[in-house]
Every structure is written in structure tokens, then in C-alpha cells.
Write a protein that binds this ligand. Sequence first.
Ligand code: NAD
Length: 367
Amino acid sequence: MGRKHGPVPFPRRGTVASNDFIEKDFRQELARTGIHMSKKYKVVITDFITEPLEPENQILGDLSDVIALDGSREQDLAGKIEDADAIMLYHILGLTHKTIEQLNRCKLIVRCGVGYDNIDHALARRRGIPVANVPDYGTEEVADSAIGLMMAMIRGITRINSLLREAIGPWMYTQVVPLHRLRGRVFGIVGLGRIGTAAALRAKALGMDVVFYDPYKPCGYEKAVGVRRVEHVDELFAQSHVLSLHCPLTEETFHLIDRRTIATLPAGAYLINTARGAVVDATSLPEALASGQLAGAGIDVLEQEPPPADHPLIVAWRDPNHAAHHRLIINPHLAFYSEEGLMDMRTKGSIACRKALCGQPIPNVVN
Ligand SMILES: NC(=O)c1ccc[n+]([C@@H]2O[C@H](COP(=O)([O-])OP(=O)(O)OC[C@H]3O[C@@H](n4cnc5c(N)ncnc54)[C@H](O)[C@@H]3O)[C@@H](O)[C@H]2O)c1
């Protein structure tokens, strides 16, 4: 995600939503639970969101001070977060034991986003602090981005654009042969959760043969969605013309895609990663693109964001003489983003904090 997000242009009245960020039911609940409360709490936003904090204040302002620390590293929080009653965390930085051990009255850490691999949630649980995420703000955006990356590559769009802008080769389709008809090609998915399912439905609509590997999905889900299931990830790799990653980053999925597994894909496959950077060993990609084992890769997320300029993938991508220059798309953790989704993250995160402060059940606790 990289950079902070400053003031958000709020939706105008009568467009996406009214200028109030709170739905009617929740406003009634606010009146019921909050009207007699004095402003006695402190809610801290660690990173990414800066003043003005209109959505947060509208939901929390009557019972809490809301403070945006605008941190870029965990150590920026020291001395300012220990007495927080609730914490909203985005993902420029993480919360390790160094911070979590110092929290003395925290009732909730909410990760305003899906992945919570940047919080020591096991330690938080041991200390009695629930950790929640906001899983339902950007499902469609990320699925749209995965399909967008695939389409830009598989139809030759970015490659021919990149070649011709640099005046390389003839003004002809022959520069990107062979391209294959999309219908019937196998769209392989690792992780058929919210985003994986949304991507599956989109790929199905394009006529693709959708196959997934997800050992944690109950039997029969494949029938409901109308896709094929494989029991072993190697079966998925062996047939995926496009491999799209939608699993969380865990010990099991760390560097799931590396030199060895890329070699088991059909020659000329496309790799899409909108999940988490460390699911792919990105140092294996330059060679795979140069050899043609990968015809293209669409990478929204990297292990370190922003990446160091001397990362082998970045070096290859910027090198006009490397195949990756024309065959690799890198985005700066962009897939989550839409104005509407960002507002959902902020309001849903704030609502979770309010529930925690009011002693109500907290949605989407993950630890
Ligand atoms: N690029 C972005 O901007 C962006 C935005 C939101 C989410 N994400 C990432 O997208 C991913 C998916 O998000 P989601 O909301 O669909 O999550 P989800 O929890 O709904 O789905 C994840 C799925 O992965 C499955 N899974 C877990 N371990 C697996 C394994 N070892 N092998 C195969 N499948 C496994 C789970 O069973 C689950 O069905 C997460 O990594 C999240 O961090 C990225």
C-alpha cells in the first residue's frame, strides 16, 4: 500500500451515500448506546489515515478522542499508544510484541483491511485483546484487479503497448504471437474465499475453466459456485494457464510459488498475485519470464513495500533489455483501492471500535 492516504473526497449527497457515514440502523444504535456517555476513551489510528477524521469522529466522537498517529514504523507509536482503548491499524506498519506488551487498557485492535499477518494476534489473545479485521470492504475491487491484470497480459495489451511506445518492432499483432483464446483456458485459484470466489465468478463469465485448491473450504462449495476442485496443490499447478493467488499469508503459503513450483506450471502460464507478497518468492520471477516458462506476471503485492530499488524483480522490470520489462506488470498494492471501499474500511473499523468500547459483541474477531 505504501503511501498514506490524506483527506478523502467524501461522497456527495445523493450520490454513493449521504454525507453521513452511518447507516440508519446504526445511527439509532448510536443514539441508544452513546447519548449519555461522556468522552472518556482514546482511539488511536496508527497509520495511513490522517486528519481530517470525519468518518471516525462521526461514529466515535461522542465517546472517544480519535487520534491519528500517522506512523510509518512501529517505533513511531511509542509513548502515544500505550493508553489506547482501541486501535485502528492499516498496513504501513505492524504491531509486534514490542507494542502489544505495552497496551494497558486496549479492548480491540482492528485491522482495517483483510490480512492481519502484520499483527501478533496470538500474543494479543494471550493478553486478552481481541483482534478483528474488516473483511468486506474491497472483495470486488481485488477480484476486478486480478481479472484486469490477467486480461491486460493474456490479450497482449500491456506488452504491445510497452514495445511500441519504445519504438521496438513492427506495428503489428505479430509481436505478441502466440495468444490463445481465453474460453476454455484453465483459471487456477489458490484460496477460494471471498476474493477467490469473486474472481472465480468473473473468470467463469469469461468462459474459462475454473479450478481451485483450498483445503479449508467445506465439501460441496465447488458445486455451489460451479467450479472444479483439486485435492492437491500440485494438481492445480499442473493445469493452470493462469494461476491467481487469493490465500492468506501463513506458514503454509509462505513462498508457495518459487522456482520449483513455477517449473510445474504449463509452459507460458500467467501468474497473478493480489494476495500477499511473500506467497511468491519474487526473486524466481525474472528467470521464469526470461525463459518463457511464465508468459507474464501481474504482481500487486511484494514482500517489502515499497521494494528496494536493487530487488532483482525491480531491476529486471526496469531493464529495457530484460523480458520482464514488457511482460511484467507491477502495481503498488493498489488492488484494494476504490473511494467507496476506503470509506467502508474507515467506517466499519470505527463501528467495531465503538462496539468494543460499549461492551457489545465485536464482529470479525480473528484471534
Ligand atoms: N491486494 C490487495 O489490495 C488486497 C486487498 C484485500 C485482501 N488481500 C489479500 O487477499 C487474500 C484473500 O482475501 P479474502 O478476503 O478472500 O480472504 P478469505 O479469508 O475470505 O479467503 C482466503 C481463502 O484462502 C484459503 N486458504 C487458507 N490457507 C490456504 C492454503 N494453504 N492453501 C489454499 N487456500 C488456503 C482459506 O480457506 C480461504 O478460503 C488475503 O491474502 C488478503 O490479505 C489483498
